[in-house]
Each structure stands twice: as structure tokens, then as C-alpha cells.
Design a protein around this ligand. Structure first.
Ligand code: PLP
Length: 368
């Protein structure tokens, strides 16, 4: 079948070409500074993200996975400890738990596809030390309820905000409800650099200070080291790139929210959507639908030049890597039901209102 329009899911060339001049200036400035690691560019970017999110402290690191691992370490999570988490996420939310030797405990999701707060307390054992949630696709989980449970039960609360920078709940940014909020600046994230990058938003000053050392081998100074740690520094160049792009991010979020609204209006009555409750203002790393006859629909849309994705086709406990050292609490029935229906439709910098209408028109035709 021939297509009259191509709507791709990703177009990184377009994403970054908008900033081309600034990025070249950044490269020149960093190059001529002769300073490439942990300098003013990183400091400035940390300050800007703090201002944007309202976080008390921000520590830039090399990527979003390290941000999770280092947060768990800062929280004192040790081998054998249990961390309650979600089965519907990118695998790093869970692998980070296993990487510190702890046991990911998977519980079911709610109608937003995020960790269901109603199921947390039942999963707590005397080994439970933390709760780690994701705000999937940028739709906030019920973070204030989870924070309340964490406080009441003496647990650490980690928010994986790799997909949710700028998403809010009652005006409060994701990443500021918990003890730690982790960000990824991978190119496929809403705010991405030209490579890898990450950050940890931290509510407690001591944790912030520890993480500042932990990202840099545990150094206490050039010739001193307080504890063994890894190298997980954000490069000056990436910090410079990200600082150039951050000022346009609020505008970018507005565009995404407008496009998401069109999807919802156009497709109301044709497909379902994960619940986005009133208090949420999502960041839409992508837009998720809940559809029937998914494989057929994907093929039909591809025939019309429309690229869609599934984030993610397997629940984390189904992965080979998760067959040992994990625990499943409950039947995960909602997650199992939803994982067969989720479909992500195009949502990015290169997507126009016309593209969204074109995608919706074909989805409606498919189901007619
Ligand atoms: C939910 C989630 N957590 C963690 C990560 C890991 O981030 P990074 O790729 O920067 O290590 C990602 C990135 O794909 C993600 O989507």
C-alpha cells in the first residue's frame, strides 16, 4: 500500500537542528575554555534545573541509570534489601535495584499504568527499604500518596523521572515528591543531549553532598577519597548543550500538551487512554493509547506511512534477566492486561497538528 504522508516516531536531526547555531557556539566556548570535566558548565546547568523543577539540590551524572544506582546507594540500599517497584517501565528502573544487590519487588499498576499506591503496604516486609516508581511516558504516578506511605513506613522514595521532566501533579514537579528524583538526558528524552547525560534531584543536603562525591570516585579532594565509587560525571560539553536547550523546554512542553489534547479529542470513543487524572499535567515523552487488535493496527498504520511503537512490549518480570533475584507480589493482573493493549503514537518536536490529525484519521478508519 502507498502512503501519502510519512509520520515517523523519531527525527533526531530535526530535534537538534533547531539549536544548531547555539550548539556550535557551545562547542567553541567549551573547546576554548580548555576545561572539560566538572566545571562551571555543569554547575550552571545544575542551578538551572533546580530553578526549573524547584528541587533543593541537583547533581549531574553520566546517565539516567547511574542516577538510579547512585540514588539507591545514597539511600543505603544493601544486598538482600527489598525495593518495591513497577513491572511497567524501562528496565533500568528495576535493573538499578538489582545492580546494588537488592531485590526488586514488582506490584501491579493502576489505571494510569503507574505503581498502584493501594497495593504498596501489602507488599512491605521486614526487608523492604524503598519504593521506586516511574512516571511512565511522563504521566505522573500518585506521588504524594506514595510519599505519604514511604514516610509512614520509614521507606526511601525514589522517582524515576527519565520520562517526566516538567510533568507536574497539582503544580508540583515530579522528582520533588521523593527523596531522590532521577533524570535522563538520552537523546530520546524530551530534553536530550547529543549523547548520554543524567541528573539526580535531591531533597536532603547530606545526600546531595554524598552524591557530589559519589559521581567522582568518592574523591574528597584531588588526593583524597572517602569511599570507593564510580566515575559518573556529566561532561562540560553536554552540560553546555543542555543549558542551551533548557530555556525552550517549557514551550516544548506546551506543544506536546496541545498535541496530546488533539489525540484525546480526535480518538475519544475510538480507543481508550491510560488515566491522566485532573491533578496531572503530563510531559508526554510519548502518547499512549490502549487499543484492541494491536498488531493489525500497527501494520495498517505502517501501510499509511505512520510509525508507532510499544513502550514496552514485555513486563519487567518477563525478561530473562529478571528470572532470578526478583519477587512478584500479587497477580499483576492489570499490568498483564494493559501490556497487550498499549500503543505509543508519534509525539516529538517534528510532529505537527496535521500529522496528529492524519494519524487519528487512520486509526478511526481502521476501527470503522
Ligand atoms: C524510565 C527510564 N528509566 C531509566 C532510564 C535510563 O536512562 P539512561 O539511558 O540515561 O541510562 C530510561 C532511559 O531509557 C528510562 O526510560
Amino acid at each position: 500500500m502507498t502512503s501519502s504522508r510519512a509520520v515517523t516516531f523519531i527525527d533526531l536531526e530535526k530535534k537538534y537542528s533547531r539549536f544548531s547555531e547555539k550548539l556550535h557556539d557551545d562547542l567553541d566556548r567549551v573547546l576554548s575554555s580548555g576545561f572539560f570535566i566538572l566545571g562551571n558548565e555543569v554547575k550552571q546547568f545544575e542551578t538551572s534545573v533546580k530553578a526549573f523543577t524547584g528541587a533543593k539540590h541537583a547533581v549531574a551524572v553520566a546517565n539516567g541509570t547511574d542516577a538510579l544506582v547512585l540514588s539507591l546507594k545514597a539511600a543505603g540500599i544493601k544486598p538482600g534489601d527489598e525495593v518495591i517497584t513497577t513491572p511497567m517501565t524501562y528496565l533500568a528502573t528495576a535493573s538499578s535495584i538489582a545492580l546494588v544487590g537488592a531485590i526488586p519487588v514488582f506490584i501491579d499498576v493502576d489505571a494510569s499504568l503507574n505503581l498502584d499506591p493501594d497495593l504498596i503496604e501489602d507488599a512491605i516486609t521486614d526487608r523492604t527499604r524503598a519504593i521506586s516508581v516511574v512516571h511512565l511516558a511522563g504521566v505522573p504516578a500518585q506521588a504524594e500518596r506514595i510519599a505519604e506511605i514511604a514516610t509512614k513506613r520509614g521507606l526511601v522514595f525514589i522517582e524515576d523521572c527519565a520520562q517526566s521532566l516538567g510533568a507536574t501533579r497539582n503544580g508540583k514537579m515530579t522528582g520533588t515528591f521523593g527523596d531522590f528524583g532521577t533524570l535522563s538526558f538520552h537523546p530520546l528524552k524530551n530534553l536530550g543531549t547529543l549523547g548520554d547525560g543524567g541528573m539526580i534531584l535531591v531533597s536532603n543536603q547530606d545526600n546531595g553532598q554524598w552524591l557530589g562525591q559519589a559521581r567522582n570516585h568518592g574523591h574528597a579532594g584531588r588526593d583524597d577519597c572517602d569511599f570507593w565509587s564510580i566515575n559518573s560525571r556529566l561532561d562540560e560539553l553536554h552540560a553546555a548543550f543542555l543549558s542551551s536547550m533548557l530555556p525552550r523546554y517549557a514551550e516544548e512542553l506546551d506543544c506536546r500538551r496541545q498535541l496530546a489534547q488533539i489525540y484525546r479529542e480526535e480518538l475519544a470513543g475510538t480507543v481508550q487512554f491510560p488515566l491522566i487524572s485532573q491533578e496531572n499535567n503530563a510531559s508526554y515523552n510519548w502518547v499512549m493509547l490502549l487499543v484492541e487488535r494491536r498488531d493489525e493496527l500497527i501494520e495498517y498504520l505502517a501501510g499509511h506511512g505512520i510509525e508507532v511503537k510499544v513502550h514496552y512490549p514485555k513486563l519487567i518480570p518477563e525478561l530473562k534477566a529478571a528470572q532470578n533475584g526478583c519477587r512478584i507480589h500479587g497477580d499483576l493482573s492489570n499490568a498483564k492486561h494493559m501490556v497487550k493493549r498499549i500503543l505509543s503514537v508519534p509525539m516529538a518536536e517534528h510532529i505537527t497538528v496535521e500529522d496528529v490529525r492524519y494519524v487519528c484519521q487512520h486509526i478511526k478508519t481502521f476501527y470503522r
